[in-house]
Design a protein around this ligand. Sequence first.
Ligand SMILES: Nc1nc2c(c(=O)[nH]1)N[C@H]1C(S)=C(S)[C@@H](COP(=O)(O)O)O[C@H]1N2
Ligand SMILES: [Mo]
Length: 441
Amino acid sequence: MSQHSGPGQQGPEKMPSGTRAASLSRRGFLSALGMGAGAAAGGSALAGRALAAGPDPNIVPVPEWSKMLGAGVNVNPYGKPSMFEKDVVRREVEWLTASRESSVSFTPLYALDGVITPNGLCFVRHHGGEAEIDPDKYRLMIHGLVDKPLVFTLEDIKRMPGRVNRAYFLECAANSGMEWRGAQLNGCQFTHGMIHNVFYTGIPLKTLLDMAGVQAKGKWVLAEGADAAVMTRSIPLEKAMKDCLVAFAMNGEALRPEQGYPVRLVVPGWEGNMWVKWLRRLKVGDEPWQQREETSKYTDLLADGRSRRFTFVMDAKSVVTSPSPQAPLKHKGPNVISGIAWSGRGTIKRVDVSLDGGRNWTTARIEGPAMPMAMTRFYLDFDWAGDELMVQSRAMDDTGYVQPTKNELRAVRGTNSIYHNNGIQTWLVRSNGETENVEVG
Ligand SMILES: Nc1nc2c(c(=O)[nH]1)N[C@H]1C(S)=C(S)[C@@H](COP(=O)(O)O)O[C@H]1N2
Ligand SMILES: [Mo]
């Protein structure tokens, strides 16, 4: 019954003590894994043969990699993941966009754990390709309704007092956008992978704006990128002053070129489109500028044909990352359901998991930091008997907001939308462990 029994396997009696958490019933855990007394009997013929041949079958043989020297230090001056992790990469959906310059790659959420997205795996979304900026030539301009228009170099920004470190999720408003009319893409990388969560280092935008002196008439800030797309968005002054950052580092190192090197705007909890990369200019004005990316795009077409503009905040959302289509269940018995939750309105307070398509719910364990407007990790340890499951997760934040079902969302928004789909995701786990994207409403 188990892939675990074999000559190298130990029965519980031979298990060296102290290798398992004391609180865990070792015998119970091992027998659940098929490694207890009953399973040992199943593997006994094999174990007997190995014994007769000589070495103690309970000793794991010395592996080949222990018999020779390994690679020395600095073979890779910039470290890389293990060669066995080569499939953990950003992926694209080929039919989705016409060109790579205006396209998106997706974070491999199914293979990641914890709460921080590694820099090289953060999804990338750009509209005019990646700008390559010489940091010495980089300039950031602040103008418009300010007392003193200013131009900063990168060095100026890095020398400013009041540098901060903050972890935030960035979710593209179009994340899950392909799923409005039903289950489409087979993998949380594709259904939910337009999100990343990193630690930013930077200067509060307020510091820069205060230096320039925002005039009383100033109510909005225009942020513009230096890429060929000239990504431009209007941000309410109140938000700009509250918690936006002008960031130059992510996860402790310089921003990656694809994430806006050398400087990007961080707009915590708000749709990814506003997080202007390769930030070139900030202009203070008295009303929004009605740019393309805030009118024809990133606008939600409602059922009655009206458009909802300026949906800035990303509502609470969650997804089970394992099991999921790219991470099927492989073993009966103990398993860990793992997933992520986030809310643009605050802190994730609770995540519930259902195994039967939303009929019954169990509160999952939030593990690790649960910070406002940052990705939060949850686990549910469970025993799988091999029955079919409909796995869902439902996030709640500290404002009391509860993640809606897809049908609840459609009742309010209709089916014309693309953006801001935070409905509950369902994964169908078949009895062989294979997992599929389905919808139960
Ligand atoms: N200058 C510039 N900034 C940009 C974009 C762009 O194309 N150009 N794309 C926006 C969109 S739509 C999203 S979702 C986020 C994606 O950020 P990322 O590439 O770091 O994941 O950047 C935003 N900022
Ligand atoms: Mo986006």
